[in-house]
Design a protein around this ligand. Structure first.
Ligand SMILES: [Zn+2]
Ligand SMILES: [Zn+2]
Ligand SMILES: [Zn+2]
Ligand SMILES: [Zn+2]
Ligand SMILES: [Zn+2]
Ligand SMILES: [Zn+2]
Ligand SMILES: [Zn+2]
Length: 419
C-alpha cells in the first residue's frame, strides 16, 4: 500500500502508535468497483447482476428496495407494492366512492365503505327487495312485507304478512257478543265468560233452579222474576230443606251404625277426670256411655259410672254399672240376658309388664230384673259394682293418667246362641 508522507502528517489518529491507519488505494478501488455483484434483494427475487459501481443506480429504481410512501403516510414499502398501496391501502390516498361519487381520503373511505347511503343493498329481512341504503330503515320498519310487527291486540310479534291470519285466532281480537247484547266488542278469549256470567242478553236459569224453579229468561229480566216469585221460591226452599233434613238424619243413622261398637267389647275413655270427679262430689252425677251392641245384631247396652261412688260406695269408691237398653233386634234375642259381663279399669303404665289392671265379672241371674227384655228406655240404675275400686287405690299406679281413666266393658259372647 503506497501512501504520501504529507497525508500521514496531517492525519493523526487518536489511537496514535497503536493504530494501523487505512489509506485509499485507487487501483484496488477500481478493481473492486468493477467486480460483478448481485442486487442485495436477490433473495426477495431481484435478478439484477452488474458491476458494483452501478449498484447504487440500480437500488434507486430496484422494485424490491424500500421507500417511504410518496403521500407521506409514514409507511415504508417496497417499490413493488407501492402501486397497490397507493391505490388501495394508503390512508392518505384519495378515493372516489362509486355510489355517491364523493372524494374521500383513504382512512375516511375505509369507514365509508359499508355505510354509503347511496349503495344499493338487499333488505335484511330477506324479502328480496334491493334499495339504496338511505331508504333501508324506512323500508324495513314500514314497508317490508317480512318486517316484524306487534299485534295491536295481544302485543305478540309477527311477520307482517302472517298478521292477517293471526287475527282470526288472536285471543285478544275484539269480536261481537254472540247474543248481540252490546255494540262494544269483547276480546275473543273473554266471550265464553261474558256469555256465562255477564251478558245481559244470555238466557240463564233462575237462581232457585236447584230448589226446583224451572224458569229461564234473559239475564236482564231475571231481577223481575225474582221479585215476582218470592213466595214461590220460599216454598221451594222450604221443601228442599225438609228433604235435606231427612237425608241428614238417614246419613247420621247410617254413620252411627257403621261407627258404633258391635262386638261386645266397649272401651271407654273418660277424660277431664279431675273436673268430673269434683262435679260428682256435689251433684252425685251419673256419667252414661254411648250405647253399644253385644254383637252386630245383639243386645243394646250402655255402661255408666259414678266417679265419687253411688249407694254403698258413695264418697269412697268408683261405681260402675251396665244397663240393657231397648235395641233393634230384641224380638229375636233370648231373654232374660244371661251372658257374662266383665268390667276392667286399666293401669296405664307404659311398661306392659308393670300394669296391674283391675277386672271384676259376673254372670247375670235369670231372676234379676235388670236383665229382662226392656220394655222402654226407663231411666233406671244399671247392674254392677257400687264398690268397683276405691278412690284411694284409684290414685295409685297409673289408673289415672293424663287426667283420664280407661274402662272396658266386655260381653262374653262365647255362650251366646246368637252371635
Ligand atoms: Zn434490485
Ligand atoms: Zn401511503
Ligand atoms: Zn359513497
Ligand atoms: Zn324487505
Ligand atoms: Zn294478537
Ligand atoms: Zn253479550
Ligand atoms: Zn225462579
Amino acid at each position: 500500500m503506497s501512501t504520501s508522507a504529507s497525508s500521514v502528517e496531517s492525519f493523526v489518529c487518536v489511537h496514535k502508535e497503536a493504530c494501523v491507519m487505512i489509506y485509499p488505494d485507487p487501483e484496488l478501488q477500481t478493481e473492486v468497483m468493477n467486480s460483478q455483484v448481485r442486487c442485495k434483494y436477490y433473495k426477495e427475487g431481484c435478478k439484477w447482476v452488474d458491476k458494483l459501481h452501478n449498484l447504487q443506480g440500480h437500488l434507486d429504481v430496484c422494485r424490491y428496495d424500500s421507500i417511504t410512501c410518496p403521500n407521506q403516510c409514514s409507511d415504508i414499502l417496497s417499490r413493488l407494492s407501492i402501486d397497490d398501496h397507493l391505490e388501495f391501502s394508503c390512508p392518505k390516498r384519495i378515493v372516489i366512492c362509486e355510489f355517491c361519487n364523493q372524494e374521500f381520503p383513504g382512512e375516511a373511505f375505509d369507514l365509508h365503505v359499508g355505510n354509503c347511503q347511496y349503495e344499493i343493498v338487499w333488505c335484511e329481512n330477506k324479502c328480496g327487495a334491493k334499495l339504496e341504503r338511505r331508504y333501508l330503515n324506512n323500508h324495513m320498519r314500514n314497508e317490508c312485507h317480512k318486517r316484524t310487527i306487534k299485534c295491536p291486540y295481544c302485543s305478540k310479534e309477527f311477520v307482517y304478512e302472517t298478521l292477517q291470519t293471526h287475527q282470526y285466532q288472536c285471543p285478544r281480537y275484539p269480536v261481537p257478543c254472540p247474543n248481540r247484547c252490546d255494540p262494544v266488542k269483547i276480546p275473543r278469549e273473554e266471550v265464553d265468560i261474558h256469555v256465562q256470567e255477564l251478558c245481559p242478553s244470555a238466557t240463564v236459569s233462575c237462581q232457585f233452579k236447584y230448589a226446583g224453579c224451572t224458569h229461564k229468561a234473559a239475564r236482564y229480566s231475571l231481577d223481575r222474576h225474582m221479585g215476582d216469585n218470592t213466595k214461590h221460591h220460599l216454598q221451594l226452599m222450604c221443601d228442599l230443606v225438609q228433604k235435606q233434613q231427612t237425608q241428614i238424619t238417614q246419613l247420621c243413622n247410617a254413620l252411627y251404625s257403621v261407627t258404633q261398637v258391635t262386638d261386645g267389647t266397649f272401651v271407654w275413655k273418660i277424660t277431664d277426670y279431675k273436673q268430673k270427679f269434683i262435679e260428682s262430689i256435689y251433684k252425685n252425677t251419673e256419667i252414661v256411655s254411648e250405647p253399644f251392641y253385644s254383637t252386630r245384631f245383639g243386645y243394646k247396652m250402655a255402661a255408666s259410672v259414678f266417679l265419687n261412688g253411688n249407694g254403698s260406695g258413695e264418697g269412697k269408691y268408683l261405681s260402675v254399672y251396665i244397663k240393657i237398653l231397648q235395641g233393634e233386634y230384641d224380638n229375636i234375642l233370648d231373654w232374660p240376658f244371661l251372658l257374662p259381663i266383665s268390667f276392667t279399669i286399666f293401669d296405664q303404665n307404659s311398661d306392659p309388664e308393670k300394669r296391674a289392671s283391675i277386672t271384676e265379672s259376673f254372670v247375670p241371674d235369670p231372676t234379676w230384673k235388670h236383665f229382662q227384655k226392656p220394655v222402654k228406655d226407663v231411666d233406671q240404675l244399671g247392674f254392677g259394682y257400687p264398690k268397683f275400686v276405691s278412690n284411694e287405690i284409684l290414685k295409685t299406679r297409673d289408673y289415672i293418667k293424663g287426667d283420664s281413666i280407661i274402662l272396658r266393658v266386655k260381653v262374653d259372647n262365647s255362650h251366646s246362641s246368637f252371635s
